[in-house]
Design a protein around this ligand. Structure first.
Ligand code: ANZ
Ligand code: ZN
Length: 803
């Protein structure tokens, strides 16, 4: 027996699988399918990170197991390759981003292959390939034709460093998700996608899918549905009114002032009546520089200015109340104006205290001299005219009824979700396939002219005025109107990096189709994705965007299912050994190549699974890696205790059946760590016993194979265990053999359990009688009595009837 040499055997099996197309999925539409998906990587210049193999291995295990169970498995891989880092690298090093992308992909692919994932490389896709983005552009055009894409002037999140507009989802704690620079607001004309039109369905249909709870909750919170009312407050001596959105219409009697957002049109409409206009306008100027995040989350010290010269009327108290302008009210939510109820809303309370405004409680309880009373679910209304004495819930209903009857307001559902800012002023993205004609307006590029290919340019830098570098290529920009034939100009904005990933899972089903994004048969067969694993950080970005696109494609009859993914799970991060994020600046980045080189891919795979609970973060440990390598060496050495034999060794049989059962269910529950622990303990039993049959070894190798596919194939072949391991079926277990042999048998006297004894499950009546009578409690129950009868069910009941 040679010693274990992973470098040699791993290459050998990787080549074998390639040559034999072992993992190429066929469109065998009569077979039951299993579509497993992991998030395709962004091919960065840094190469693969040790974080990548963790989810890839976990689903690789499930994919391999399902193949052995007879499923037609699709486990694809590709590249999400448009985006800023590549473009920035290209700018710095003066190489074309396409070239950079190609090099990065080459490196990534070699790295992934060296780890032995069972990806179907024949279906590899690349979002920057014109044959691919042709269909991204096609989907955009369908959205446009269905009124779901529109261009508008709006204040957007602007990263001054990347010189690019960002969607809300790309702003994390007020900073650019990419570079960490403080985001500012900038008014720009942008293409928008109406994801808000799908808000309700994006919530409702979560009921039909199997996503882990924290993903569902985060999506729901992000969409942010709330129920309330829109209420009109008339302006004194004017036909104008201020409309507010409130989730608490029951509290109108406590609305003692109003607040509008700095951008609210009330100011423009009343410039002649407002007596402190200068003060108001300079306040507006100040707040325009802040992001929404700064305005709402960061500020504990509220600012604002009272608008002098106009007042509003509370529609229920009929009292005149002041109107303030403050940036804690956002223009982008509700109506951009609120009725302030300082007694029961914390923000309003803080504001009222600071500016000495009236505070009127309308719900019994609390102590408003100290703080707002907000915990009012079961409260009773006071100071509220016709609502007095009602509970909050009833008061909400009654108020809405009253408002609707008197034409003062109506019931309203609101969402926090905003439409998706879909333009970027950058080079390395999909061109937006629209042409602007002075006569015809925006005109779609005819579908048979897709793709609109990115032109070659000399300079990819965005311009300082925030225009895309494409705008400088006049030969590309100037074209003719597809509608009237007059000179017209192409849109020079490109799509955001989230575009290509919003539908990539569809393309895998039929990646080379040039007539459609995928054929109907392929989509009918493979969709939905049965199991999708990805990062929590994508919950409110990619996961939401792709569900939206999918629902739209469903509505226009392109895809057969309402939801793209049946199941969604998520993994924890691999951290540096000091429990910090791995990063270049901390110098704690581990390169998977080094681990494969020094210990082998099977060790890397086993370690990535053994490192901890899949959904939790886990620190990297070289010691742990070494432990996994030692374990695989011990697996290798099993060959030295192998004897002939087509049956399980009698004394090991029960342990083998138990391990099949545990490992099978652990893999399906992403608990490969405890599966490996069970396999380690079975290995110890094998070694303690001192010899194992071929049947014992076969099952052991099968069970370990999804985690460590190379070593197991090699041992199988070297010991001629029959054909190739990858052609076998998943081992079955016999339930009865998994039940522990020792049971706790209850001992009853006249049907009452008095104590239990430990006996083997098939212990005879005589054995049980003997052990039961040796118990210290036996005599006290039997004293002065006679035994009338004994009821005995092996392994279950021993009942002594006494008189
Ligand atoms: C009166 C009131 C009384 C409110 C009370 C709350 C509690 P959610 O639940 O997040 O949807 N609001 C409305 N539009 C706003 C805006 N553009 N900027 C800032 N705040 C705004 O929040 C709805 C509540 O947030 C609304 O209900 C409103 O305050 C405030 F005891 O109206 B409420
Ligand atoms: Zn025209």
């Amino acid at each position: 027996m040679n010693s274990y040499n992973p470098n040699k055997i791993e290459k050998k099996w990787q080549n074998f699988w390639d040559e034999h197309e072992t993992y190429v999925s066929k469109n065998e539409y009569d077979k039951e399918k299993f579509y497993a998906l992991v998030e395709f990587p962004y091919p960065s210049g840094q190469g693969l990170h040790v974080g990548h193999p963790r989810p890839y291995t976990a689903l690789d295990i499930v994919a391999r197991k399902r193949r052995y169970e007879g499923y037609n498995v699709l486990y694809p891989m590709g590249w999400d390759a448009f985006g800023l880092p590549t473009e920035n690298f290209a700018i710095q090093n003066k190489i074309h981003p396409a070239k950079v992308t190609e090099q990065n992909i080459k490196r990534f692919k070699e790295q992934l292959k060296s780890i032995g994932f069972s990806f179907d490389w024949s279906r590899e896709i690349n979002t920057t390939d014109p044959e691919y983005y042709k269909w991204t552009q096609w989907i955009f055009l369908q959205l446009y034709k269905h009124g779901l894409a529109y261009k508008t002037e709006m204040p957007i999140n602007w990263c001054p460093s990347c010189k690019v507009g960002l969607s809300n989802e790309e702003v994390i704690n007020g900073k650019c998700e990419r570079c960490g620079t403080e985001v500012i607001r900038k008014v720009k004309s942008q293409w928008m996608l109406k994801i808000t039109e799908y808000a309700q369905r994006l919530i409702d249909d979560l009921d039909d899918v199997d996503y882990i709870e924290r993903v569902k909750t985060q999506q729901k919170n992000w969409i942010g549905r709330s129920e309330g009312a829109e209420i009109k407050f008339n302006i004194v001596n004017s036909s104008e009114y201020l409309e507010v959105y409130t989730t608490r219409p029951d509290t109108v009697f406590g609305a003692t002032y109003m607040v509008i957002a700095p951008e609210h049109s009330l100011i423009e409409n009343n410039t002649d009546r407002i007596t402190n206009l200068d003060e108001i306008l300079s306040y507006r100027d100040e707040s325009s520089k802040k992001s929404d995040f700064e305005r709402t989350e960061l500020v504990h010290n509220k600012t604002g200015v009272e608008i002098k010269g106009i007042k509003a009327i509370n529609p229920l108290t009929n009292r005149e109340i002041p109107i303030w302008i403050s940036d804690y009210v956002l223009m982008t939510y509700g109506t951009g104006a609120i009725m302030a109820v300082p007694a029961h809303d914390e923000r309003d309370y803080e504001f009222a205290k600071k500016f000495n405004l009236e505070i009127v409680p309308v719900i019994e309880g609390g102590d408003i001299s100290k703080e707002a009373y907000t915990d009012t679910d079961s409260g009773i209304m006071i100071n509220s005219g016709f609502l007095n004495g009602l509970q909050v819930k009833e008061a909400i209903e009654k108020t809405i009824e009253y408002l609707e009857k008197n034409n003062l307001g109506y019931k309203k559902v609101n969402f926090k979700l905003r439409d998706w800012v879909f333009s970027r002023q950058r080079y390395w993205g999909e061109p937006i396939p629209l042409i602007h004609c002075d006569d015809c307006g925006w005109v779609p590029v005819p579908e048979d002219e897709l793709p609109v290919v990115l032109p070659e340019v000399d300079n990819y830098e965005p311009t300082d005025d925030g225009e895309s570098p494409l705008s400088k290529i006049t030969s590309w920009v100037n074209t003719t109107c597809p509608h009237c034939g007059k000179p017209a100009k192409r849109e020079t904005d490109t799509m955001p990096q989230w575009a290509g990933s919003s539908w990539y899972f569809l393309r895998y089903t039929d990646p080379h189709n040039d007539k459609a994004l995928a054929s109907k048969e392929a989509l009918d067969y493979w969709m939905p994705v049965d199991w999708y694993n990805g990062g929590m950080e994508h919950t409110t970005l990619h996961l939401l965007y792709s569900r939206f696109w999918h629902k739209f494609l469903y509505d226009i009859g392109v895809v057969p299912t309402k939801e793209p993914y049946q199941k969604r799970t998520s993994h924890g991060m691999i951290l540096g050994s000091n429990n910090e994020k791995m990063s270049k600046s901390r110098g704690n980045v581990i390169n998977p190549d080094d681990i494969v080189e020094a210990y082998g891919a099977d060790t890397l795979r086993a370690y990535e699974m053994f490192v901890g609970d899949f959904e939790k973060n886990a620190p990297w440990s070289e010691k742990g890696v070494k432990g996994c390598r030692r374990y695989l060496e011990r697996v290798w050495n099993l060959q030295s205790i192998l004897i002939e034999g087509e049956n399980y060794t009698k004394d090991l049989e029960s342990s083998i059946h138990k391990t099949i059962k545990k490992v099978s269910s652990d893999y399906e529950n992403l608990k490969a760590n405890t599966a490996i622990a069970a396999l380690m303990s079975l290995l110890n039993e094998f070694n303690d016993y001192g010899k194992i049959t071929e049947a014992d070894l076969r099952t052991y190798l099968m069970l370990l194979n999804p985690v460590a596919p190379h070593i197991t194939e090699e041992i199988w072949e070297a010991n001629k265990l029959g054909g190739y391991l990858n052609e076998q079926s998943w081992p079955k277990y016999d339930e009865s053999k998994t039940i522990d042999d020792i049971v706790e048998l209850p001992v009853q006297f006249n049907g009452k359990v008095r104590y239990t004894i430990k006996v083997s499950r098939d212990a005879s009546k005589e054995e049980v009688q003997k052990i039961a009578s040796e118990n210290e409690n036996y005599l006290s129950h039997i004293k002065d009595k006679t035994i009338v009868k004994e009821v005995f069910v092996p392994g279950k009941i021993y009942n002594i009837v006494i008189k």
